[in-house]
Design a protein around this ligand. Structure first.
Ligand code: ADP
Ligand code: MG
Length: 354
């Protein structure tokens, strides 16, 4: 038995198509049972990276190891069927002429009949599809098709499950429900999985570790909390969550002077007194306190049911958002009292070098 090694280890992987570099020195790893997610805008290289790990694409340099075995390097490209992976594609790629049961059993056709029947039954129960076992894909809903694809990929008990935008064809409500369901199923089985998405809500609700990818570069590999509260770069901060940037100046006492007043909190200031910084202010960082003397003017409001997100203009002309209970229903143009809540301020140096 090998212990304490990552189940999936991607090291310094570079992948180009012609002279277009699509993965630049990508490194990350997943422990057994962990769920990882590659998050990034369309075209940043997520699918390519997943296909590299699956063995559908060769790489120019670096290594991919599954369970401590090198499966990809510049000189090696183990075939997908020898990698102990399961794959769920964006369009599910179900076989239209096979029933739900037969789709699920497709990858285990070498198993003895009885065993196979039993395994298919277990999987159908796991994903809640016993009742449509004999239906064909076109006779079931999108959400059910998605679960067939998941069950089919899990049938051979892969070490690693790869999922490419598995929820993107579903409506928002169903997507949210299935995201949680899929996480529960994977956790129950202890399956290691890597999922690709451009949707941060999906990433947050499904993943133990998130990798933010831009233009073939891994900007940060971390848990959801750190990606949100301690983004490694301005780009990550802007891509993940909402917020606006305002100017700040570091004071001699280690505070930051801003249009919201001097701020201090549990954050490290990455530069010397006197230097200028960009502060990311998230909507939840600004409290609405009716009689506070710090005021801001409402430019826009976005109703979200329990909350309203107000876009506010400060005296400096800078803008920030405030997440406010929708019981406080103010008009556009109104001036309201606010108070910054600084614990999670995110600071990036502007004019000084680290
Ligand atoms: P994502 O999944 O993040 O949307 P992809 O991995 O599909 O991104 O694509 C990343 C980049 O690589 C895109 O610019 C895409 O056009 C390019 N690309 C993907 N596959 C190929 C290919 N087989 N040949 C040439 N370019 C490709
Ligand atoms: Mg893609």
């Amino acid at each position: 038995m090998k212990n304490n090694h990552p189940l999936l280890s991607v090291e310094q992987v570079c992948k180009s198509f012609g002279n277009k570099q699509v993965a630049r020195n990508i490194s990350f790893s997943l422990q057994k049972g962990e769920i990882g997610c590659l998050l990034g805008p369309s075209g940043c290289g997520k699918t390519t990276l997943l296909r590299v790990i699956a063995g559908f694409e060769s790489i120019q340099s670096g290594t991919v190891c599954i369970d401590s075995t090198i499966v990809s390097s510049s000189t090696r490209n183990e075939a997908p069927e020898n990698r102990s992976i399961g794959m769920v594609f964006q369009d599910y790629a179900l076989f239209p002429h096979l029933s739900v049961s037969d789709n699920v059993g497709f990858g285990i056709n070498k198993m003895p009949r009885n065993e196979r029947h039993k395994r298919v039954g277990e999987l159908l129960t796991l994903v809640g599809l016993e009742e449509v076992a004999n239906n064909y894909p076109h006779e079931i809903s999108g959400g059910q098709q998605q679960r067939v694809a998941l069950a089919r990929a899990l049938a051979p008990k892969p070490e690693l499950l790869l999922l490419d935008e598995p929820f993107s064809n579903l409506d928002a409500l169903l997507r949210e429900r299935l995201t949680v369901e899929v996480r529960d199923i994977l956790k129950k089985l202890g399956t290691t999985a890597l999922l690709v998405t451009h949707n941060q809500h999906e990433a947050f609700s499904v993943a133990d570790k998130i990798g933010v990818l831009f233009d073939g570069t891994m900007q940060q590999w971390d848990n959801a909390h750190s990606i949100y509260h301690k983004p490694a770069s301005l780009e990550v901060a802007r891509f993940v969550g909402e917020g606006t940037l305002i100017d700040g100046k570091v004071t001699s006492t280690g505070k930051i002077q801003t249009a919201l007043g001097p701020l201090e909190g549990h954050f490290s200031i990455p530069c010397e007194p006197g230097c200028s910084v960009d502060l990311l202010i998230r909507p939840e960082d600004i409290l609405h306190i009716e009689d506070n003397c710090l005021k801001a003017t409402i430019l826009k409001k976005s109703f979200r049911g329990p909350n309203i997100v107000y876009l506010l203009q400060l005296a400096s002309g800078e803008k920030c958002q405030a997440l406010v209970s929708s019981h406080h229903d103010h008009r556009i143009g109104e001036r309201i009292g606010i108070q910054p809540e600084v614990d999670n301020l995110i600071v990036f140096p502007k004019s000084c070098q680290l």
